[in-house]
Design a protein. Structure first.
Length: 201
């Protein structure tokens, strides 16, 4: 399935206070543990969708979404293709990416869940190490009602990823990792809409 054109629509987020530190985004690490997923829900079996459903590896698609959103947000003055000592290092890790459906007596229910850990490391210090400045997991779970024809879990995973990425962008904009001088200014209309939507979840 084409992830971007069908499942995911970009979060309309753009900072009004760009940072002064360039950043490099590492490929998304995959730390999902499918063995921990439950096999039943209230006595009914859960049918999970495997990664082979998607056109490309899930971590690659999620990484493209995150890198594009970071670039379009203008949180960083430059997104580097290579790692540089004075640049920030953004390390994303996928801890959950679940799409599933449960068949019940009165209908079906679909759900999706995303877990994305975002770590930001500062520039290399005098000891040759990078201090970690941000380490947070952004989770979101979407579920349909019990219906004869519930919404597709693929639509739900797109919405879950939107909310998780949106929360990460808001946190980065409100943090001091991007610059020692800049502070958050989230007063643009699109950012206010993004924040209001996230606060309702």
């Amino acid at each position: 399935m084409l992830f971007r054109s069908i499942v995911y629509n970009d979060v309309p987020f753009r900072t009004r206070s760009p940072g002064d530190r360039p950043a490099h985004v590492l490929p998304v690490a995959d730390r999902r543990d499918i063995s921990a997923l439950p096999a039943h829900d209230r006595g009914f079996p859960i049918t999970y969708v495997g990664d082979d459903f998607w056109e490309r590896p899930v971590p690659v698609m999620v990484g493209e979404v995150l890198a594009r959103q970071l670039r379009d947000s203008e949180l960083f003055p430059q997104m580097l293709d290579t790692i540089e000592p004075q640049a920030l290092l953004v390390k994303p890790t996928l801890v959950a990416f679940t799409t599933a459906a449960v068949e019940g007596m009165a209908g079906s229910r679909s759900f999706a869940e995303i877990g994305l850990q975002v770590q930001v490391y500062g520039p290399v210090n005098e000891n040759g190490k990078r201090p970690i400045w941000l380490d947070k997991v952004y989770n979101n779970r979407q579920a349909s009602q019990l219906e004869l024809h519930p919404i597709s879990p693929y639509r739900l995973i797109g919405r879950a990823l939107q909310i998780a990425v949106g929360k990460a962008l808001v946190d980065l904009d409100g943090s001091n990792v991007r610059s020692e001088e800049h502070t958050s200014e989230l007063q643009s209309p699109c950012n206010l809409v993004c924040r209001l939507l996230l606060e309702k979840k």
